[in-house]
Design a protein around this ligand. Structure first.
Ligand SMILES: Cc1cc2nc3c(=O)[nH]c(=O)nc-3n(C[C@H](O)[C@H](O)[C@H](O)COP(=O)(O)OP(=O)(O)OC[C@H]3O[C@@H](n4cnc5c(N)ncnc54)[C@H](O)[C@@H]3O)c2cc1C
Ligand code: FES
Ligand code: FES
Length: 1307
């Protein structure tokens, strides 16, 4: 029935919209999450099982979002709900991730659980490498990955987590802490107890069938059945035989052959493609066959990449090395090909036939001379994959009626060598910038080139062979002359137009040479009998191998004698973690559908700046299921909105000011109907001049008021006094929040103009007031409820209201519940992110390195509205000196008005932007003086009692302690010496270390926000319900609040519950932001609990031997109010920019981090070898949560400074709109060794139980270890090249290295 409803059978997958409403909701399965719908985040991972042969069952993880329902005939689907639950029995995979603190917001958790589960179903005792492989397709934005790996390490051969071992070692050395979890508490894993394959899917196979492996994998039912599914736009045909397939293809030459749907699914979902006929050849024996021949191995075109990988691995293990060079090259490419879930379903034929110019396999197949069997109804032909096969962008030599049946991957020859390379921004699961395969065959017993094939992807609209270069090198000996000739020739042959799609033209061109250079050295090494490779060049030939990560966490244990029920200071698990791991935790979109519920889709601007001339909805309203369209004239209240200044409109009125500006909405019966109709709304624009970049804004003087200035001392005198003056500038790009759960609102209208809203927001009260304003009702009619968010990071502080007001409007108009969860691409398009910054600075310093004057101007790309940008800029100014004392200082902040979606709060809230500029000028000073940067940093570091530029005295100063401890724990001196030695010994990879301090002010800079409320009820059974103004987004706020209440009330946490955040329990709340929430709400909860404790005291005194329930009961019968509210306002705050006095912050959070990074100077790739972070969090309320926040923040900083890039077109269109194009750090990006230490004995008298917050301050060691180390090491290499110290380096490499350096610094 549902299939019939599906508008595009092959588009959205199991969890996708349209097929079954929002995900698997109608069947009550909400565990699998939808994070992207493009196979890039893994949140939707489920396990599929199908029969292989008569008895064996194949289990494999897949991305449910891309798995078409029609492809699941005779397949069992196991979701996270199917393996365990909190109510019944937890599966060890669920228990361990939760107890190891590997689930924060929990939105990624079910997917990670299922990846691990599928791995264990295939291998009960995996290795750590197996874990790396299994998680390549899973992303987590919160945890920093370390705790997930540590929890799951307990399943591996290593067994006891290394964490525990090392922590024990640390414990012995420093007598500091116990581990964050104890593996001994885990329920043992018993692989024999897993759910069985459903017997009804056990169709007996034909034992007499041909002895072909894959054929046997097909059950009889599958083989004997032709299937046909009809959707309203697509027919899905599953033919029974090759003959039937060919005849169908003859009849429908335009039909798509779909196997894994990893390409077609994306086209349907994101490129609006409609394919009326789909042919599914998944079960046709000839297309699934694997056959060994004299020449090589034949793979049927529908073989999955995982199947091919396993077969090639077997061949490599059993055949002589010289025969398997091609196989090894394919395997090397598969290592970095997508994630395991994609490889489990994507077909090798699908990769060839997609004919993508950046296909990773096609270069290998081309260089290896793979042979393809093509067939139509009239017969077959054999073609070699050469330069004639790809006829244009995503076109091949196949005729429309033909299908690809199989491919033959040849054995290599005795004198053949082959390598494959993939260069992508992120190593794991990323598309290539340049991908290449190279094969050389030598004349027997010589080093003379007999045959050479150099194949590149990413250098043209198709995969190409560098045929001219290859021809020129035939017959030459493999040596320096050949290298010179190859590089000159490749530089001429591998050209790219400056406007080539994908950009980075110079970098890509240089990569063609540097990859060849790597190949050249690799082959030289293999020819070692005949030629010789210098030892310092060897590192260029090393294939990247991810080291098994190890970690140490250090924290202070609770004092001896602390009662066991008092959990303050103990590393207790996030209270929702188990539910998150089982999929039982309810997120906004998991709320069951209301019977008469409607769905809303946004109509957004495609122009950055334009007048709206007309809106034509005639087509949209005639489409199936559409109920109504909404535009600005439908706003019943005020169309003006905005979190601080009302400079935005709920719906655009006559003019749009960014691409993604919300113009209107379409409401329909289902999500797919609404989305399809929204795309059918036609809007005519009259375009106006646009301002997109900061530079354009500066040129046009396009600024918002006010321009903030923060000044102290005498700038002129400072520069006079300076021995040196340096000027510089710096640009820092923006960052997408990439919370795994996109924005979502469900609005339910009630009587008397009341409206109940379920929103994923950090600001319940702001949502309430802006919805009330838009609807023209009083705030007391609007109830906003927030159970939990799947991540926020500031992105849900203010920008959530642009969706929730529109959804509320629709519900109000139609008097029916309305829901909308944004697709990932929409969310990224409309909501804005971290502000890009540009800064110009002038710094004056003495000969000894002391900085005496600084003048800095910051420009932020604010976007099309003010939002919170002034406060963000103010925080950047408050952190412009980072942790360094500068006597004479001036900072100015300009807010650039541009035609981009309004940028907003993001963890650090302008702090990181302010600080990185400081790190830039500190590094400049060090370079000018020829001194190590850490010396200059240490010299200028603040001291106790110093005053900041805004005249705040630094007391309880612990930064110097953090600094010393960080240096000690990281073995800084020894490692720096070792890095110097390494760099002397290695020409093409370089290592560097940096140590960077941070100081982060705690408080909202808008004084009025520094308040919080709480409401605590005690029920007659003694149970306690706590409510406070903060929202839970994974940061563990509710867990900490329960810890606080537990201590004050003196009851175990099992008696305390926090249900949700709602505006009818605690009113007028501040957003959960600015790192202030546990301080503010903790104090409010403390206050409320204290009131109750005092009310209960008489009953406690009267019955000292009684228990909590007795006292509560006695109080109740004595008619005592067992409900209390609490309130807290941070004292003594109030800064004034004009007079530069008054306290800005309540206190500071300090941290120091040190990272060691290795850079590949030939490609710009880097790896994080080791990071040590020391943070002062006062007396930690919960060390597990605090360490989790430090690690998560560190990984976000790593992403910000080394990986994540937002790209806009010159017309202001965001081009990076999903995990496919926007890369956040993945499992493989964590440092090989990570130490996080919470500073001991550093109580903070200003916050609850002497704690300090830590969610926001991010130690940013990559500010330096990433960019400047890379910069420096690449420069060093360039110097090497320049001097040409007897190394066989062609001059062209100098240019190449420069480019790598530039690209990595500025992209
Ligand atoms: C998250 C993600 C990551 C990815 N990462 C990578 C990567 O790292 N490297 C890379 O190269 N690619 C990558 N891809 C692209 C994609 O996975 C591959 O191209 C994959 O091999 C396609 O196989 P499929 O079976 O899923 O193709 P489908 O989507 O089923 O089909 C793809 C195309 O091939 C045609 N086709 C399939 N089989 C035949 C046949 N037998 N005869 C004729 N035509 C046929 C179809 O008609 C269709 O046009 C990624 C995709 C996703 C979604
Ligand atoms: S939702 Fe399927 S991979 Fe992201
Ligand atoms: S816990 Fe992984 S995304 Fe939040």
């Amino acid at each position: 029935e549902r299939v019939k409803e599906d508008p595009s059978l092959c588009g959205p997958g199991l969890t996708g919209p349209g097929l079954t409403g929002p995900g698997l909701l109608p069947v009550g399965l909400t565990g699998s999450k939808l994070g992207c719908a493009e196979g890039g985040c893994g949140a939707c991972t489920v396990m599929l099982s199908r029969l292989k042969g008569d008895q064996q069952v194949l289990h494999y993880s897949v991305n449910a979002c891309l798995a078409p329902l029609c492809s699941l005939h005779l397949v069992a689907v196991t979701t996270v709900e199917g393996i365990g639950s909190v109510a019944q029995t937890l599966h060890p995979v669920q228990e361990r991730i939760a107890k190891a603190h590997g689930s924060q917001c929990g939105f990624c958790t079910p997917g990670i659980v299922m990846s691990m589960y599928a791995l264990l179903r295939n291998k009960a005792t995996p290795t750590m490498d197996d874990l790396d492989d299994a998680f390549q397709g899973n992303l987590c934005r919160c945890t920093g990955y370390r705790p997930i790996l540590e929890g799951y390490r307990t399943f591996t051969k290593v067994g006891t987590p290394r964490n525990t071992q090392e922590t024990c070692r640390t414990l012995l050395m420093f007598q500091e802490a116990t581990p964050l979890f104890d593996a001994k508490d885990f329920v043992p894993f018993d692989p024999t107890q897993e759910v069985i394959f459903p017997p009804e899917l056990m169709v007996k196979t034909d034992a007499d069938s041909a002895a072909v492996l894959s054929f046997q994998t097909l059950s009889k039912g599958q083989r004997s059945q032709s299937l046909c599914f009809h959707g309203d736009r697509t027919v899905w045909l599953q033919p029974n035989s090759l003959e039937e397939l060919l005849s169908l293809k003859w009849k429908h030459p335009e039909a798509r052959v779909v196997v894994g749907n990893t390409e077609v699914g994306i086209e349907v979902k994101f490129k609006n493609m409609v394919y009326p006929v789909i042919l599914s050849p998944a079960f046709i024996p000839e297309l699934n066959t694997i056959k060994h021949t004299e020449q090589g191995i034949i793979f049927g075109a529908s073989c999955s990449l995982s199947l091919m990988e396993a077969e090639l691995r077997r061949a490599v293990d059993s055949l002589p090395l010289h025969q398997t060079q091609v196989f090894l090259a394919v395997l090397e490419q598969l290592r970095w090909f997508a994630g395991r879930q994609i490889r489990n379903v994507a077909a090798v034929g699908g990769n060839i036939m997609t004919a993508s110019p950046i296909s990773d396999l096609n270069p290998v197949f081309m260089a290896a001379g793979v042979k393809l069997t093509l067939m139509d109804k009239d017969g077959s032909r054999l073609v070699q994959m050469d330069s004639r096969f790809f006829t244009g962008y995503r076109r091949t030599a196949l005729r429309p009626q033909e299908v690809l049946v199989s491919l033959e991957i040849p054995y290599s020859k005795k004198t053949q060598f082959m390598s494959a390379f993939k260069q992508s921004p992120r190593r794991e699961d990323d598309i290539s910038i340049v991908t290449a395969a190279m094969s050389v065959t030598f004349s027997p017993d010589t080093s003379l080139v007999e045959e050479l094939k150099l194949s590149y992807g990413g250098m043209a609209p198709t995969t190409v062979l560098a045929e001219r270069t290859a021809k020129e090198l035939i017959g030459r000996p493999w040596g320096e002359e050949l290298l010179q000739a190859a590089c000159s020739s490749l530089a001429e042959e591998m050209t790219l137009d400056p406007s080539a799609p994908g950009g980075m033209v110079t970098y890509r061109r240089t990569l063609t040479l540097s990859l060849f250079y790597k190949f050249y050295l690799t082959v030289l090494l293999k020819l070692r009998d005949q030629v010789w490779v210098r030892s310092d060049c060897l590192s260029a030939t090393q294939i990247y191998h991810q080291e098994t990560p190890s970690s140490v966490q250090v924290y202070q244990e609770v004092p001896q004698g602390q009662h066991l029920d008092d959990v303050v200071g103990r590393p207790i698990m996030h209270l929702s973690a188990l539910k998150q791991a089982t999929g039982e935790a309810v997120y906004c979109d998991d709320i069951p559908l209301y019977e008469n519920e409607l769905y809303l889709a946004l109509v957004t601007s495609t122009k950055a700046h334009a007048h709206i001339l007309s809106i034509d909805t005639s087509l949209a309203v005639s489409m199936p299921g559409v109920v109504c369209c909404l535009f600005s004239e439908d706003v019943p209240g005020s169309n003006s909105t905005g979190p601080i200044v009302y400079d935005e409109s709920v719906l655009a009125d006559g003019q749009v000011t960014c691409v993604g500006h919300i113009i209107g909405a379409v409401v329909a019966d289902t999500q797919s109907h609404a989305q399809r109709a929204a795309k059918a709304v036609k809007i005519q624009y009259e375009e106006l001049p646009t301002v997109v970049t900061i530079q354009e804004a500066i040129a046009a003087q396009s600024f918002y008021e006010p321009i903030r200035t923060l000044q102290k001392g005498d700038l002129e005198a400072g520069f006079e006094q300076a021995d040196h003056i340096l000027e510089g500038d710096m640009h820092m790009g923006g960052q997408e929040h990439f919370y795994l759960e996109t924005n979502v609102t469900l609005a339910v209208p009630k009587e008397d103009g009341e409206m109940e809203l379920f929103v994923s927001t950090q600001s319940a009260s702001k949502t309430q007031s802006l919805v009330a304003k838009a609807l023209g009702v009083a705030s007391n009619r609007i109830l906003v409820r927030v159970k939990r968010m799947g991540g926020g990071f500031g992105g849900k502080e203010s920008r959530t209201t642009i969706l929730s007001t529109v959804v509320a409007m629709a519900a109000n108009k139609l008097k029916r519940p309305v829901r909308c969860m944004l697709d990932r691409d929409e969310d990224m398009l409309v909501t804005g992110g971290r502000h890009p910054f540009y800064a110009k600075y002038k710094v004056g310093f003495l000969d000894n390195g002391q900085v005496v004057a600084l003048d800095v101007s910051y420009y932020s790309n604010t976007g099309n509205s003010m939002d919170l940008s002034l406060s963000v800029m103010e925080r950047a100014l408050f952190h412009m000196e980072n942790s360094y004392s500068v006597a004479n200082i001036r900072g100015r902040g300009f807010l650039c008005r541009t035609n981009l979606p309004s940028n907003t709060a993001f963890r650090g809230f302008g702090g990181p932007q302010g600080m990185i500029v400081a790190e830039s000028w500190v590094t400049d000073v060090a370079q000018r003086l020829g001194r190590p940067a850490e010396e200059i940093r240490r010299l200028n570091l603040y001291k106790e009692g110093d005053r900041t530029p805004y005249n705040q005295v630094l007391d309880q100063f612990t930064l110097d302690r953090c600094w010393d401890e960080c240096l000690r724990r990281s073995d800084y001196k020894q490692r720096r010496a070792a890095a110097h030695l390494y760099n002397r010994q290695n020409r093409w990879t370089k290592r560097g270390l940096a140590v960077v301090p941070t100081k982060f002010g705690i408080s909202f800079t808008a004084v009025f926000l520094n308040q919080a409320g709480a409401l605590v009820h005690i029920y007659t059974d003694g149970s306690v319900l706590v409510t406070h103004g903060g929202t839970e987004m994974g940061q563990g706020l509710h867990t900490k609040m329960v810890q606080v209440a537990s201590r004050v009330l003196g009851v175990p946490i099992s008696k305390i519950h926090i249900s949700e955040t709602s505006t009818n329990t605690v009113p007028n709340t501040s957003p959960t932001a600015a790192s202030a929430s546990s301080d503010l709400n903790g104090a409010a909860v403390h206050n409320a609990c204290q009131v109750l404790v005092e009310r209960l005291q008489p009953y406690r005194s009267a019955n000292p031997k009684g228990c909590w329930e007795d006292w509560v009961s006695a109080a109740y019968f004595d008619r005592v109010n067992l409900s209390a509210n609490g309130f807290y306002r941070t004292p003594d705050l109030g800064y004034d920019f004009n007079s530069n006095c008054g306290r800005v912050f309540d206190y500071y959070s300090y941290g120091v981090a040190c990272s060691e990074v290795e850079v590949d100077c030939l490609t710009g790739a880097h790896k994080n070898l080791r990071t040590t972070v020391v943070m002062d969090v006062g007396h930690s309320l919960n060390p597990a949560i605090d360490i989790g926040q430090v690690e998560g923040a560190f990984m976000q900083g790593l992403g910000l400074f080394t990986l994540e890039e937002l790209h806009y077109s010159p017309k202001g269109v965001l081009l990076t709109r999903g995990p496919g194009s926007y890369k956040i750090p993945a499992f493989g990006d964590i440092p090989s060794h990570l130490t996080v230490s919470l500073l001991r004995d550093a109580p903070n008298a200003k916050a609850i139980f002497n704690s300090k917050v830590r969610t926001e301050p991010r130690p940013p060691p990559h500010m330096n270890s990433g960019s400047s180390v890379r910069n420096k090491t690449v420069q060093t290499s360039v110097e090497f090249c320049k001097k040409r110290q007897n190394i066989p380096v062609p001059p062209v490499l100098e240019f190449q290295l420069m480019s790598v350096c530039m690209v990595n610094l500025f992209t």
